[in-house]
Design a protein around this ligand. Structure first.
Ligand code: AMO
Length: 439
């Protein structure tokens, strides 16, 4: 028989149980992470969204009814009414002595994945049972840091007069060129899931001057790597009356501030993930290398034969990441491998574009954009794209589009790095990959 919630309400989260509450009665609710039954003494670790507290049941000091009732399994859903007691040997120096207990839901005898934290079950198995898996203290740490990252990004940009925009995710034409799109049926017409907010953020830079969006983008790449997913969370930033050089400064300040906020506000979580010594404040400014310098370095130092116009391979980036393990920019990419909206450099072989790298991983691409309509039309045509598909976008360039520049940063990739994770899927609550559409 399960207990009813009745009129019990949680008085605190576990993190709010501080030494000032010693002697007070509280009601906690959550799940049993672990338990030990030593005969006359039982310990439960009750966890909630912020952490856990030890519940101590000693025969003789609590009622026999409650002592006998406390026969629990992993992840049972419980509420506990009890008194806060100081106890040095308990985690956090505090234990709860229960006066009453409700068992609100039970679990099978054997859980599909380890929830005690003693081992980490295999990732695919965990993803199959994601709602359970997300409760783990490790996932709590990852998603607390993700939340802080998003809060900090917004704070940083609002302070600098940016406006948060929301743009359509169902679109009529490609933003990043023709490939890697998910087609969908939009009533009788074909439409697509957006690859990025690129075109809309550019249009809106001609309205609100400084805009950003944090939202899902869809990439139909069949890349089965630990760095790629099909539904990504992207920070898109666009700013009018500036060029790439201003954006390089803005972005490195953003990176610095977000890491500072994570260190200031989520050190407990960084420590849990053993990243407090790795995820440190970077030195500003970030080193800047031109694309050609990077190609020379890769060729001369690591014996590759990359030619101008090639994108370095994963293997080349892996070697490069060993040489340059911190944050750095690669600027002035060949125009031939950049999208139509990127501004060519004075020598049109190059472009006013950049990537932000951390070691081997690309975190961001960005650049100065073309704001002259005729130049943009020529660029579309030279990339073999159909002007008609871009008609509504091009219209925005008739009415005083300002010079503008911006970037797109992959939130999930950055979080993978900051949390020291091996696989990007760990950073997404319900990741989408070529092989995974459930849960
Ligand atoms: P780009 O396509 O380079 O640029 O994407 C920007 C950043 O998004 C992340 N990213 C991904 N992360 C995980 N899985 C993927 N499949 C994936 N694809 C991209 C990367 C990447 O650096 N409109 C431009 C940006 C701009 O110029 O403003 C764009 O979308 O971290």
């Amino acid at each position: 028989m399960l207990d009813e919630l009745g009129d019990w309400r949680k008085t605190h989260f576990t993190r709010d149980i501080t030494p000032e509450l010693v002697g007070k009665e509280v009601i906690l609710g959550g799940w049993v992470r672990n338990y030990r039954d030593l005969g006359g003494l039982k310990f439960l670790s009750l966890q909630d969204k912020y952490g856990e507290r030890q519940i101590t049941l000693k025969k003789g000091t609590i009622s026999d009814d409650i002592f006998d009732k406390a026969k629990v399994g992993y992840q049972y859903c419980l509420m506990v009414k009890g008194t806060v007691k100081a106890f040095d040997a308990a985690p956090g120096g505090i234990e709860i002595i229960p006066s009453d207990l409700k068992i609100l839901n039970k679990t099978p005898d054997k859980l599909p994945i380890d929830m005690t934290g003693e081992t980490i079950s295999e990732l695919d198995l965990r993803l199959n049972h994601r709602a359970l898996d997300l409760r783990s203290l490790r996932n709590q740490a990852i998603f607390e840091i993700r939340g802080e990252m998003l809060r900090s990004i917004r704070h940083f940009l609002f302070e600098r007069a940016f406006t948060e925009i929301t743009t359509p995710k169902i679109i009529g034409s490609a933003t990043e060129g023709g490939t890697e799109l998910f087609p969908i049926m939009y009533f009788e017409r074909e439409a697509f899931l957006t690859q990025s907010a690129q075109l809309y953020k550019e249009q809106l830079s001609g309205v609100y001057e400084r805009v950003f969006e944090i939202s899902d983008c869809f990439r139909a790449e069949k890349s089965r790597t630990k760095r790629h997913i099909c539904e990504i969370f992207m920070l898109d930033v666009e700013m009018a009356f500036v060029t790439m050089d201003d954006i390089l400064i803005l972005l490195e300040e953003l990176v610095y501030n977000v890491i500072k906020d994570i260190r200031d506000n989520k050190m407990k979580e960084l420590k849990f993930l053993e990243m407090e010594k790795e995820t440190i404040l970077p030195e500003l400014p970030f080193p800047r290398y031109k694309y050609e310098e990077i190609i020379d370095l890769i060729n001369n130092k690591f014996g590759f034969n990359l030619e101008f116009g090639e994108d370095p391979s994963t293997e080349a980036y892996r070697k490069l990441g060993k040489e340059l393990p911190d944050y750095y920019y690669i600027t002035h990419w060949p125009m031939a491998i950049k999208p139509f909206y990127i501004m060519p450099s004075k020598d049109p072989k190059y472009s006013e574009s950049f990537d932000l790298q951390k070691g081997m991983l690309e975190l961001t691409s960005g650049g100065t954009r073309v704001h002259n309509k005729i130049q943009l039309e020529n660029a579309l045509e030279s990339k073999g794209l159909n002007l008609v598909s871009f008609e509504s976008h091009l219209r925005a360039f008739d009415y005083g589009m300002p010079p503008h520049a911006g970037f797109g940063l992959g939130i999930d990739r950055w979080l993978t790095m900051i949390c020291g994770l091996d696989d990007i899927r760990e950073t997404v609550m319900y990741p989408r990959t070529p092989d995974r559409l459930e849960p």
